[in-house]
Design a protein around this ligand. Structure first.
Ligand code: FAD
Length: 491
């Protein structure tokens, strides 16, 4: 294995995680990135005195970031620090209900009992079931390749298969939540977790009710310096242990010879290597980089996850009732998701998420101001008239948030920038600007994600949100682990 060379296409979070792990195992690693910066979707920008994280805003499972420093044998404290959030998210409903979700499970249940028609014990039961589902399936679905026979001969897998009947795979998340919780506002609260992988609660299976366990049990965190410091600290770590980076370098082709990957092509020049890892979305990886290979059409044609429309607003006022994470729910969640996934349009009453990092880092906004990352879920880009959608959505969001905060926010916006599915796609190559690759809107979704390797082409591997185990920072970091373990086992 020593001195074997690996090229990684893309410096997204999964590309960085793969690079660190492979370098720590003794490979010679080079990363080629089309952008001028690392991190992919995990980027940031500053303008007019405001700093914004561009993409992810919720940080869970920091242990997967810590693991990368452990494998590299480097002290994390010099690179990356984070703190636990006691208030996870503030929720605002159209009927005037407000709810502050706190990290402590017992306190959460007590507060919920005081706000909704639910008994604290019912919520404790819900969280217990959530944990059980996670414990039964994490090792099978998240931590190993689903596409190697050896995975199916482990004790953990057999236990999951034995308990499959109690994992709520055959019901939807909404049906499960409605059965368990009754109060419509609470059902909406727990349905929202489907959006953590860009899916609809009315289509995704009930097993997704394990997601609240991740937030409630493992906690939510804020990284010092904002989300961007996750990608920047991993980039610095990778550089410090000897990974080579090439920016502004778009890979044009993966070179294969006799069913084996032997390198990549950049600006017509060939760069040879023993192993190739693609962190690019799996659709452009096949359509652009592997044009001569037969593409797995069934996998590539899976419906995409939702995308996002984001208004980065500089707000010249501070709002005491808001925290780092805030949700303003739509009145009719079912219709909202019907618009996103079936009509591929945007409902006129969307759920609005506002992330304000200046609540944690004063320097992210000028004195007495706040940096609002204002996001709604939208369909992936299939050619909609986005300029028209953006104009209408902006009006609807301002009206809704102004109504619920009892203040005309249109007068407070002194800076604005916009990100939509088209720009997400052009900045990161994510097919249709989807945030999490394919959606998890059916019970077979986990098995319809592309494997982390290609059985017909030796030495070619895949990591990132569009392949197994899926999107979101924790899963992307895990894909880097799966890929590096597979490579180390076969080389
Ligand atoms: P990406 O970030 O997609 O990066 C891929 C990289 O590969 C890019 O830098 C691209 O330029 C490069 N590349 C592609 N093709 C080539 C090529 N041919 N040559 C060279 N380079 C190439 N996740 C969470 O956990 N929490 C959240 O709160 C959250 N919110 C989100 C909000 C938004 C608006 C977005 C966009 C995403 C959000 N996500 C969230 C999802 C999360 O950001 C992604 O799942 C994750 O960052 C994807 O990482 P990745 O490694 O797959 O690669």
């Amino acid at each position: 294995m020593k001195n074997q060379s690996v090229v990684i296409i893309g410096a997204g979070i999964a590309g960085l995680a793969s690079a660190i792990r492979l370098k720590a195992k003794g490979f010679k690693v080079s990363v080629y990135e089309a952008n001028s910066y690392p991190g992919g979707k995990l980027a940031a920008f500053s303008e007019n005195g405001y700093r914004f994280d561009m993409g992810p805003s919720l940080f869970t499972m920091p242990q997967f970031v810590e693991d990368l420093f452990k494998v590299a044998n480097v002290d994390i404290s010099n690179y990356f620090q984070y703190k636990k959030k006691e208030v996870v998210c503030n929720y605002f409903y159209e009927d005037g209900t407000t709810f502050s979700a706190v990290a402590d499970e017992k306190e959460f249940a007590k507060n919920a009992e005081n706000t909704f028609n639910v008994k604290a014990e019912d919520l404790e039961t819900y969280f217990k079931q959530s944990k059980r589902k996670y414990d039964l399936t994490a090792s099978l679905f998240l931590e190993k390749s689903l596409h190697k026979f050896s995975t199916y001969f482990s004790k953990d897998t057999l236990k999951a298969i034995f308990n499959v009947g109690s994992l709520d795979i055959d019901t939807t998340l909404d049906a499960y939540n409605s059965k368990m919780l009754k109060d419509e506002r609470l059902v909406q609260f727990f349905n929202r977790f489907a959006t953590y992988n860009g899916s609809s609660p009315y289509q995704t299976p009930g097993i997704m009710s394990m997601i609240p366990h991740l937030e409630q049990y493992f906690g939510t965190y804020f990284p010092k310096g904002g989300m961007h410091s996750i990608s920047m600290s991993l980039f610095q770590l990778a550089k410090d242990i000897g990974v080579d980076f090439y920016f502004n370098t778009k890979v044009e082709r993966i070179i294969t010879d006799k069913n084996k990957a032997i390198g990549i092509q950049i600006s017509g020049e060939k760069v040879f290597s023993d192993i190739v890892v693609s962190n690019s979305d799996i659709v452009p990886t096949y359509r652009k980089l592997l044009k001569e290979e037969k593409a797995p059409e069934k996998i590539l044609n899976q419906p995409r996850s939702s995308s996002a429309l984001i208004f980065y607003w500089g707000i010249k006022k501070e709002f005491r009732q808001l925290d780092l994470h805030n949700i303003f729910f739509s009145e009719d969640y079912k219709t909202e998701f019907n618009y996103i996934f079936n009509r591929k349009e945007v409902h006129n009453d969307p759920t609005v998420y506002i992330n304000i990092t200046s609540k944690e880092e004063k320097g992210d906004a000028p004195e007495s101001c706040e940096n609002w990352f204002t996001m709604i879920n939208v369909p992936s880009n299939t050619g909609q008239d986005w300029d028209k959608i953006i104009k209408q959505a902006r009006e609807n969001i301002i009206k809704k948030v102004s109504r619920l905060l009892k203040e005309d926010i249109s007068k407070l916006i002194e800076f604005e920038a916009i990100l939509d599915p088209r720009t997400i796609e052009s900045k990161t190559q994510s097919y249709q600007g989807a945030l999490y690759g394919a959606s998890s809107n059916n019970k077979y979704a986990a098995f319809l994600r592309h494997p982390n390797f290609k059985s017909s082409i030796k030495n070619l591997y895949f990591c990132g949100g569009s392949v197994h185990p899926g999107g979101g920072i924790p899963l992307c970091l895990l894909s880097g682990k799966i890929v590096s373990d597979l490579i180390a086992k076969t080389n």
